[in-house]
Design a protein around this ligand. Structure first.
Ligand code: 5AD
Ligand code: SF4
Length: 480
């Protein structure tokens, strides 16, 4: 039986952080005007969820949020390391933000997230960005109040990217979620898979699951607060529970959460094909609140490349898996990630990827050009293909998917779908005033009378485009 307390940040530590929050709050109360913070997030949903926790702490400290970095007293940049492009962009904007210190002695600049968790990046910031005040890695997020207080009290620049050997989880710190119907709900952190191209296991550490009762309590809270579209988050949600040793897997967790009463939808991401099971599909199909949406990245259709990526499945096994998922849920909305140009990928390998795309009939594809990440095994693999060849494959892949997308979107013409209205649209014609998401997560622009954000409405689809469906509201009502 797992000793949970050894996996959680001790309550005394959390209390210490809450005390630091209070000290900063008292100080901010003395200011003639509430000071402001600005957050910028790069990367995945996990990073967005982390930013919500940082924003929650800053709000409790008495800062108000601004969308204008120029107005801010504290700037936090939450970074991503998955591809080189995002890293370059971060350094670009850090130049701009640190420049603002020319005229702003009261500005504190913080960097956090996956990118800064890497030693060579930390050194670069130390040397080349002397005006960055606080750098903290993904494991130290919960210590942000303490780090900020130290710096405000005049400590030297702070660099805390220490790893977290125990893989501790912090519960009980505030969260400031974005306004609207949608909420992220982290169920686990880290990844054990070590796909050979991926930096994530090195920067986010080993898999660690939150306790089911903590997740359920947070879900109940979210539903009570009126969130209607809740996404469970983890780098590989299908490994949920393996580290807990309580005989509970992800399907069991889903079923437990699904039993929470209320008008809401439950989604999850990301799933790894080697761990997705028939039990999961059955749970999804039988659930009341669980959306029929599955993000199941296959990365490459070539068995040779999959092996060298260390993905743990074959093309055939993957295709059988999605076939099974569609048998359980004929209305399934399926999406995937693909990497083009992995080291050693040949034209024949790429053709296998196109074959999976054609057979899979995805609603959404996220396609990436391979990006070399130093420290990963793939970074030292021989790679003969030129950038032009890879770009050409990438363009051809987009073309194939675009045709499939259009066909799939067109198939929704005249169908009736339940849409959760989650915002105002910026449709140019002014007819489709609202926007929302179907159960499967597809974007719909909606017209109708008396539409409110948070409404579930049955919509008949009147026209389609590659980007969105367009429909007329028929009636309100939640169907589960
Ligand atoms: N290069 C390109 N794409 C990558 N991804 C992860 N690492 C890399 C990399 N080094 C993609 C994978 C993953 C998604 C989140 O990012 O497709 O599923
Ligand atoms: Fe990276 Fe693979 Fe883990 Fe996803 S499953 S985060 S691609 S190592």
């Amino acid at each position: 039986m797992m000793d949970f307390t050894s996996r959680q940040v001790p309550q005394t530590e959390i209390a210490r952080q809450l005390d630091c929050i209070e000290q900063i709050r008292m100080r901010n109360l003395l200011q003639p005007q509430a000071p402001k913070f600005f957050c910028q997030t790069f990367g995945c949903q996990q990073n967005e969820a982390d930013t919500e926790r940082i924003a929650g702490m800053l709000c409790e400290m008495g800062y108000t949020r601004t969308e204008d970095a120029q107005q801010a007293n504290v700037i936090v940049v939450n970074t991503c390391a998955v591809r080189e492009h995002a890293e370059k962009r971060v350094f670009g904007i850090m130049g701009r933000y640190t420049h603002m210190k020319d005229t702003r002695s009261d500005l504190t600049i913080c960097m956090c997230g996956c990118m800064v968790q890497q030693e060579h990046i930390k050194e670069k910031i130390k040397k080349s960005y002397p005006r960055v005040d606080i750098v903290f890695g993904t494991h130290m997020l919960w210590r942000f109040p303490e780090l900020l207080l130290q710096r405000i009290n005049g400590s030297k620049r702070i660099f805390d990217i220490s790893g977290d050997p125990k893989g501790e989880i912090a519960e009980g710190l505030p969260v400031q979620r974005d306004e609207g119907c949608h909420a992220w709900l982290s169920i686990m952190y880290g990844c054990n898979n070590f796909c050979t191209y991926c930096i994530v296991p090195y920067v986010r550490g080993r898999e660690r699951s939150r306790k089911p009762e903590d997740i359920e309590a947070e879900l109940r809270c979210l539903v009570e607060q009126g969130y209607r579209d809740i996404t469970l988050l983890g780098q590989n949600v299908n490994s949920y529970g393996k580290d807990l040793g309580i005989g509970m897997d992800f399907s069991d967790l889903l079923a437990r959460l699904d039993a929470v009463e209320g008008e809401y939808r439950l989604r999850f991401m990301t799933s790894h094909p080697k761990d997705a099971s028939e039990k999961l599909f059955a749970t999804m199909a039988n659930g009341k609140h669980i959306s029929h949406q599955l993000h199941l990245p296959f990365q490459s259709g070539s068995n040779d490349i999959l092996k060298r990526m260390n993905r743990g499945y074959t093309k055939e096994a993957y295709l059988a898996l999605i076939q099974k998922a569609k048998e359980y849920m004929p209305d399934l909305v399926l999406s995937s990630d693909i990497i083009v140009g992995f080291p050693g990928e040949t034209e024949a390998d790429f053709q296998q990827t196109l074959d999976v795309v054609r057979q899979g009939q995805y609603d959404v594809l996220y396609t990436f050009l391979y990006s070399k990440r130093s420290g990963t095994p793939a970074a030292t693999m021989p790679d003969a293909a030129t950038h032009e060849e890879k770009q050409d494959r990438f363009n051809r892949l987009l073309k194939v998917q675009e045709a499939i997308n259009q066909q799939r979107q067109d198939a929704y013409q005249d169908r009736e779908l339940c849409v959760l209205i989650d915002g105002m649209s910026n449709s140019k014609d002014g007819v489709y005033t609202h926007c929302g998401r179907t159960d499967g997560g597809l974007l719909v622009l909606v017209r109708g009378d008396d539409l409110q954000i948070g409404d579930f409405v049955d919509v008949t689809i009147e026209k389609t485009s590659l980007r969105a469906l367009y429909g007329r509201a028929l009636r309100k009502g939640y169907h589960g």
